[in-house]
Ligand binder design. Structure first.
Ligand SMILES: Cc1cc2nc3c(=O)[nH]c(=O)nc-3n(C[C@H](O)[C@H](O)[C@H](O)COP(=O)(O)OP(=O)(O)OC[C@H]3O[C@@H](n4cnc5c(N)ncnc54)[C@H](O)[C@@H]3O)c2cc1C
Length: 473
């Protein structure tokens, strides 16, 4: 097929770019290195036959809130909501819970009710326009003027380190722990600026759209986008790794890859090459998937209804574990992010579960025991429920998806500097200096997560009247 546009990589950003271009009438060829499409949306049988595990993302809060996915419309994809979006078990007291309703969440936080309503609650009240500003910090925006004031208020709290926000605004163990567990998704030392912002954004999404799962596994979402591309006349080829840009010939090339891969693929102007070489990857993760013979036996039964569970205890404990990881050490009591899909979606062939902890980039340390010990701490007898387990360290993750450099699942560190310079400082960082070549991965704004905004922005630039012409028949 002679294509107007080649998209390299079929993660959510690549898929959204491909469909956006195809909907605008471009002939699109999508090339994916792996045997299956989807990147971070892939699912597979990692443990026992018939058990569906998500290799990467499960929680689709960003997809539901994303202006890019809203514009595309998701046909044939059903979202399943757990009774409780997030639970945070604690040793000597009931778990802290984030409900869909900010008021109900606040009620459970006692003296911190007001603090919760003034932060995550206020952002949730500001609604989709605020989320649109946060997910599209460089525009284009179609939001009421008051949203900019709301964003400024969000920015004042969000710019803080999570430890500062938690200690200044919250007084209870539960409130502080919730902020830490949410903010630790950033894979940063919680004493770093803007970690509060990541935590508040995720809490806001829990109230605004929930933290749902795709019924049947995240692969269903990837397959729906590939089917949409094909229905528009596009071609999608799996098992084709692009090594050099010179292999491709099309007026538009959109790359769902990270800066390190782009550097290896293309002869770039020296200045841009130097800027990409400054891009920093974050720590990695060590991930476990389990097949269980029943639900996790949580000591606090309220945790059973949660889709996502944050383990690691108090603010102080989680901050210490993340500080150790950021300093290149392995925490013996790591912060563990756990997802129990069966709480919302029984269509996965039985009780499947996954969890990961953060580890230094490229770590080869087996964290199985440390992770399972943290689960046993809040769910004694958990190990007796395990029928089979599957472990992936940073090298395994990178072998499965070259974008996960050193096990970094965020496409590059989410620090303040790289929030502003992702991967380069530019009003249109999706554009490269090579004519018609765009970058769309999570190494571009707004960063990690299944939102497709990087792909949508890159496609939008390619479709501008001053962008590359479609090929002539
Ligand atoms: C374990 C894990 C859990 C996660 N959990 C969540 C979650 O619950 N919610 C959430 O929102 N996000 C989650 N994420 C993050 C989310 O998956 C990513 O941010 C998102 O997938 C990034 O999308 P992307 O399109 O930029 O790249 P990716 O999804 O990484 O896809 C890139 C694709 O490009 C392909 N590729 C790369 N180089 C080439 C090449 N040279 N030729 C051809 N193909 C190539 C890769 O094989 C891959 O398929 C998780 C990630 C991981 C790994």
């Amino acid at each position: 097929m002679s294509a107007d546009a080649v998209v390299v990589g079929s993660g959510p950003n690549g898929l959204v770019a491909a469909v956006t271009l195809a909907r605008a009438g471009r002939k699109v060829l999508l090339l994916e290195a792996a045997g299956r499409f989807g990147g971070g949306l892939r699912s597979g049988e990692l443990t026992l036959p018939g058990r569906v595990h998500d290799l990467g993302a499960t929680v689709m809060a960003m997809a539901l809130a994303s202006p890019a996915f809203r514009e595309l419309g998701l046909k044939g994809v059903e979202f399943a909501h757990p009774a409780v979006p997030v639970a945070h078990p604690l040793d000597d007291r009931p778990a802290a819970l984030v409900h869909r309703d900010p008021g109900r969440t606040a009620e459970g936080l006692g003296r911190d009710a007001g603090a919760w309503l003034a932060t995550a609650g206020a952002a949730a009240r500001a609604g989709f326009p605020l989320v649109e500003l946060l997910l599209k910090p460089l525009g284009p925006w179609d939001v009421p003027v008051r949203t900019f004031a709301q964003a400024a208020r969000f920015g004042v709290a969000g710019a803080l380190p999570a430890t500062t926000l938690a200690r200044r605004a919250f007084r209870t163990v539960e409130g502080r722990a919730l902020i830490a567990g949410m903010a630790a998704h950033s894979v940063l030392d919680l004493r770093s600026p803007i970690t509060a912002g990541y935590g508040l954004l995720l809490a806001t999404l829990a109230h605004l759209v929930g933290w749902p799962l795709v019924r049947g596994g995240s692969q269903v979402l990837a397959d729906a986008l590939v089917a949409e591309l094909r229905s528009l006349g596009g071609e999608a080829v799996a098992g084709h790794r692009v090594r050099r840009l010179a292999e491709l010939s099309a007026p538009t090339i959109v790359l769902d890859v990270t800066p390190r891969q782009l550097l290896a693929m293309a002869d770039l102007p020296a200045g841009y090459r130097r800027r990409l070489e400054r891009f920093r990857y974050g720590p990695g993760v060590f991930k476990l998937d389990w097949a269980l013979d029943g639900p996790v036996p949580w000591r606090d039964p309220a945790v059973a209804g949660a889709g996502t569970v944050h383990l690691g205890g108090t603010l102080e404990e989680i901050a210490l574990s993340e500080a150790e990881m950021a300093a290149g050490r392995h925490s013996p009591r790591p912060y563990v992010l756990l997802v129990q899909p069966y709480a919302a979606d029984p269509a996965r062939g039985g009780h499947t579960l996954w969890a990961y902890c953060h580890v230094p980039s490229g770590s080869t340390v087996d964290m199985t025991d440390a992770i399972e010990t943290q689960i046993e701490r809040y769910a004694p007898g958990f190990r007796d429920r395990v029928l089979a387990r599957h472990a992936m360290g940073p090298a395994d993750l990178e072998a499965a998806n070259p974008n996960l450099v050193g096990g970094d699942i965020g496409g590059g560190m989410a620090s303040l500097v790289q929030f502003l310079r992702r991967p380069v400082w530019s009003p249109a960082p999706w554009r490269t200096p090579l004519p018609g070549v765009f970058l769309c991965s999570s190494s571009t704004p707004p960063g990690a997560g299944v939102h497709g905004v990087g792909g949508w922005q890159a496609a939008r630039l390619a479709l501008r009247p001053d962008g590359p012409e479609p090929s002539k028949p």
